[in-house]
Design a binder for this molecule. Sequence first.
Ligand code: C2E
Ligand code: MG
Ligand code: MG
Length: 642
Amino acid sequence: MNYSFNLGVAVSSLLICIVNLIYTFIMGRTDKVQNKLFICILCILSINSITGIASAVIGLYPDRVADPEYASEVSRYAYFVTHTALCPVFYYYVSRISLVSTRLGNWKVALLSLPFFVTELMALINPLTHWVWSRELNLEFRREWGEILIYIAAALYYVMALIVFTRSWTYIAGKRKVAIVFSFVLVAAGVFVQLLDKNLKVEVLAESIGFTGAMMAVENEDDRIDFGTMFYNRIALSYDVGGCMKHHRKLSVIVLRINNYEVINRLAGNEETNVLSDILSGFLTSLVKRYYVYVPNDSTFVMTLYDKPGKEVDQLVDKLSARMEEPWEYQDFSIQISSTILVTQMPEQIREVSELFYMIDSPVPQKELKPVMKEHDLDYIMRRQAVEKAIIRGFTDNSFEVYFQPTYHIDGRIHGAEALTRMNDKELGRIFPDEFIPVAEQTGMIDDLDDYVLEEVCKFIRSGIPQKYGIVNINVNLSVLQCMKPGFIRNINRIVEQYGIKKRSINFEITESIAADDYRILSKVIKQLKDDGYLFSMDDYGTGYSNVSAIFSLNLDVIKIDKSILWGAEKSKLGMIVLENTIRMIRQMGKKILVEGVETKEQIELLRKLGVDYLQGFYFSKPIPKDEFIQLIEKDARIHRV
Ligand code: C2E
Ligand code: MG
Ligand code: MG
């Protein structure tokens, strides 16, 4: 036996373990179960290194040790008792990182722990049984059948860890994967070498080096931390929840959305600190441990609760919502935080990470809004997901159809038409644009949809039918988001030129509800398209909060006043003042005015008096399919010719 070599190896591995331990404590990575397991691994390896040193020293200087045989027996005992636990703890560690449930209450977990308990017991009672090893002459030991069993158990945990790890592959960040693969390889290499030659005690050294890699990449969570708040960030949330779903682990998620984040920040904030987390972090960590809190965006906190019964989750939510009703003291301010709490169970209610992020990021539909939302309150998320899938299949299933709603001159002659999309999905049935357009916008599918509508309109115009009946242009809705994308103008021109129709026969509508900052880009796009020959209308005027002079600087051809303004005029005196003055202002600016949502004769009378140019609404016609629309304009032409 080469004792000097083994002494060097054991001292090195001890030093590595000690450095790792010191570093772990200095960095304060001690509170999570994962951290504790890592420390446990380092302690096992430290003890193993010490026993390695002891065996080597006894071997080198047997004369200086009082009872070398007894001492080496003790050292070997300490080695086996601790080392037998290494692979099981390693498995447990990998499971924690991969977010596999490891609760002992679960019979599967109990069964998985059995080999560990059996082999550990064998190591513990070896002085009585000599099943694992027995002493030979000259401080040598003989391997008994029990040691093989220990190796088999270790191999079992090793393979299980490998399985858990490969299954979580997509939910473990890149550098972590490399580090874990590294420790797997080193552990295997160390064991293999020592199995081949029991005199080469390199296993513990290989393991210590392997776990140094784990410490640098896995225990170090810089990439998972949001440094503004010191909670976990969005990426960590997506990895963690994704991992849970992969391993069929159940969890409850509480999302706390702060509605008046901007106001709070302006009131008390400065650039460096995140006021919200300063105010809330103490309270949140009194509810759940620090490492179960995530900040996926500036105004949202997410808490994940594992293996907690529903009643406990409810109590926690009650506590949270009760506290959120009260004001918070911060510096010299007393701040009222307005929040919405959303509670869900995964995978029972929400199955995918993307759905969770939708819940986190998207505004709750106004009509659904409540301070605490759970169970059926969250159906809108599932519906939204279903709509998204319907849009995706819509292009192949031909579920989209373009309808036309005619517009009229104030004297009752037909003027034009607006193209409006309808969807008829095989599962969801009829879906209206108010529902699917926002989803298409959020998912980027609006580009394809608007291209489709434009193509259908171009085809219709090229057929010559609209012109035959006096319709000179057709309105096409544009999504403002799409207008600002590079290449937008080129794409529009490509489609229209492909059909060889006049650009003046298309009138684009854009909605008023855009932020003032966007005007600069938008006005350039509109100017370019107008220079090319297209017409432009402002849609839904009166619903946004935009800068009036900025809107008028866009030099649009027609302003379409939103139906809510017309309907408001019938409801109250104030509403009437708004309608009258809106119309007067637009007229003074020399723009043409269309009013949407005309449903009654009285409204037409009123609008005629106020000097509106065009009308659109159910009084004349709802949006109808192309064939019906053709019949309608034919009939209209006949009446007016008579
Ligand atoms: P919009 O452009 O303001 O279209 C007018 C909406 O008012 C249409 O709803 C129309 O059916 C409805 N409407 C018209 N007259 C009346 C009336 O007298 N009474 C009532 N109650 N409603 C009336 P629709 O078709 O559901 O479309 C909703 C919105 O979806 C549209 O508002 C438009 O912004 C958007 N949209 C529709 N199709 C498309 C599309 O192909 N692309 C884009 N980007 N947006 C679209
Ligand atoms: Mg429109
Ligand atoms: Mg409109």
